[in-house]
Design a binder for this molecule. Structure first.
Ligand code: NOJ
Length: 554
């Protein structure tokens, strides 16, 4: 039986390029992570999910891998990675690596060989198709980064499939050799001590081999939950995850709480957890031609409905992965909240709601000090998705003006989370002594680790306390969940309850004071605050301040 250590763990995601630069080349690295282990230990997290550090041309910041067994020199070398694993383990922190096996880099040996002919060992490692009689691509599938998902290869005289950049060809999981090579790579890292995997777009690995056109040209609607997906994941579970007791959390963009158990019900032997995207779309217009750039006001009622469905529908059928931020998501306080007037309250309110739920919380670097989205000029951004989508949406289709696009970028682009970590108010925010690979958020003089730690309103300290609660409180682990006030557009209130105890978790997620809900007002005077972000809160009667949050034991 696998040990389910991750059930009362809190996992911290590191985006290495932007975390800490130890060798002063402007790029974060593994030695930088080693140096910050005491910081992470102090925060109290149990495991680190480290975004890709393998050899890569960095077209998509490492999500384009040339060699799964080699560390990219910009981050260090294999010995440093092994040392990082050992050092982390020595202080009780586990290591989760990023498993990017839907695609490789076009610089991978497998792809270089595959291109050469239709009859070599690697020919079927990728998805190749002939051109249509008029020379055009095999179908109208689109790439996530804009344009067609097919690129013509002169050498092989065929098209190859790529759901992301043309430099990220999709692997052919139908080929048993591909799968065995991947399982071997996983065994390699297990032998080095790695404890688990975050699985990049794992729900895209199986393709519809009839290659039907999408209803809308260049859309990506074909990409999820292909016919053999469950079979492949189950095989991987049998081959690697179960025998070596490795934790798994899969990225699953299209999952809803209803179908999630097909991936995470332990009896199906597939994955331990998945990251849904459902709750990340509550500020996006549905079915809009401009996709992620079509913004609307965040709908709190919808956010509550989705998160609560996941709580309820997975009860007894699977375990939730809880998150608001990662390297693909903007800063939650800038996106769903207020990052100026109420930064402390807002950051801690969203944290309270997330960490009070059932599941494993994931913290993204900088979230624990309330880092915010920068508002850069368009030319300052570097992300391939942003640039590709700009070409598509603004330049080619002209469905958004440049101003509208930039406005959306300021809210939701992936680069919002990728600015260098703000360690201090010193040069380059203490991230590096030289100019970093990507601009530092100009607010670093005010928002940084040093300042936060010495403040009497420290977001870090609040997270530290939440993490301790996750470790010590049985109720957080297994208490059941009930949403209350489901239609209230400002308050998020739910109850966690077991035979022994009951807690209310409450946050005012608005800019205005809100009356204390009656259900709380009726509670006993001796109710105890488990945690609160308003030091003046001493009763269960007074109105809630903007972004005030607490957990109270009744
Ligand atoms: C999801 C990753 O999180 C994202 O950063 C990446 O661009 C794509 N998958 C492609 O690997």
């Amino acid at each position: 039986m696998t040990e389910k250590w991750w059930k009362n763990a809190v996992i911290y995601q590191i985006y290495p390029k932007s975390f800490a630069d130890s060798n002063q080349d402007g790029i974060g690295d593994l030695e930088g992570i080693i140096e910050k282990l005491p910081y992470l230990k102090k925060l109290g997290v149990d495991a680190l999910w480290i975004s890709p550090v393998y050899l890569s041309p960095q077209v998509d910041n490492g999500y384009d891998i040339t060699d799964y067994r080699k560390i990219d020199p910009i981050f260090g070398d294999n010995e440093t990675m092994y040392r990082l694993i050992a050092k982390a383990h020595s202080v009780g922190i586990k290591i989760i690596m990023d498993f990017v096996a839907n695609h490789t880099s076009d610089q991978a040996l497998w792809f270089k060989e595959s291109r050469k002919s239709k009859e070599n060992f690697f020919s079927d490692f990728y998805i190749w198709k002939d051109a249509l009689p008029d020379g055009s691509a095999p179908n109208n599938w689109g790439s996530n980064f804009g344009g067609s998902a097919w690129t013509w290869d002169d050498m092989r005289q065929q098209y190859y499939l790529h759901y992301y950049a043309k430099e990220q060809p999709d692997l052919n999981w139908e080929n048993p050799r591909v799968r065995q090579y991947i399982y071997d790579m996983m065994r390699f890292w297990k032998a080095k001590g790695v404890d688990g995997w975050r699985m990049d777009v794992i729900t895209s690995i199986s393709k519809d081999l009839d290659f039907p056109n999408n209803p809308q040209s260049y859309s990506t609607s074909n990409q999820q939950n292909g016919p053999r997906m469950h079979e492949f994941i189950h095989e991987m579970h049998k081959e690697v995850l179960a025998p070596f007791g490795m934790m798994s959390v899969g990225e699953s963009p299209a999952s809803t709480s209803k179908d999630a158990p097909l991936l995470v019900d332990p009896q199906r032997e597939e994955l331990d957890m998945i990251f849904t995207f459902e709750h990340m779309h509550v500020d996006r217009k549905k079915n809009d031609i401009n996709g992620r750039w079509a913004l609307q006001k965040m709908d709190l009622v919808e956010l509550k409905r989705i998160l609560s469905n996941w709580q309820v529908d997975l009860e007894g059928k699977g375990w939730n992965a809880l998150y608001f931020e990662n390297h693909d998501r903007a800063r939650v306080i800038s996106r769903f909240g207020n990052d100026t007037n109420y930064r402390y309250s807002c950051a801690t309110a969203f944290a309270t709601i997330l960490h009070g739920m059932k599941g494993t919380p994931f913290i993204y670097q900088g979230e624990e000090i309330g880092m915010t989205n920068p508002k850069f000029e368009l030319s300052d951004y570097v992300d391939i998705e942003l640039k590709g989508n700009y070409e598509e949406v603004v330049k080619k289709n002209k469905t958004l003006s440049e101003e509208e696009f930039l406005k959306a970028v300021h809210k939701v682009s992936r680069d919002n989370a990728r600015t260098p970590m703000q360690w201090s108010s010193g040069p380059h925010a203490g991230f590096s002594t030289v100019k970093p690979w990507f601009k530092v958020n100009p607010n670093y003089k005010k928002i940084n680790v040093e300042t936060d730690l010495s403040s009497n309103q420290s977001i870090f300290n609040y997270y530290q306390k939440l993490i301790q609660l996750r470790h010590n409180e049985q109720l957080l682990l297994d208490g059941n969940y009930t949403l209350l006030l489901e239609k209230d557009p400002n308050l998020f209130l739910y109850k966690r309850e077991s035979q022994q105890s009951a807690w209310y978790v409450l946050a005012n997620l608005s800019d205005t004071p809100q009356e204390m809900p009656e259900i709380i007002q009726k509670e006993k005077a001796e109710s105890q605050f488990v945690i609160k972000n308003n030091p003046n809160r001493t009763n269960l009667k007074d109105a809630l301040a903007p972004y005030e949050a607490f957990i109270v034991s009744i």
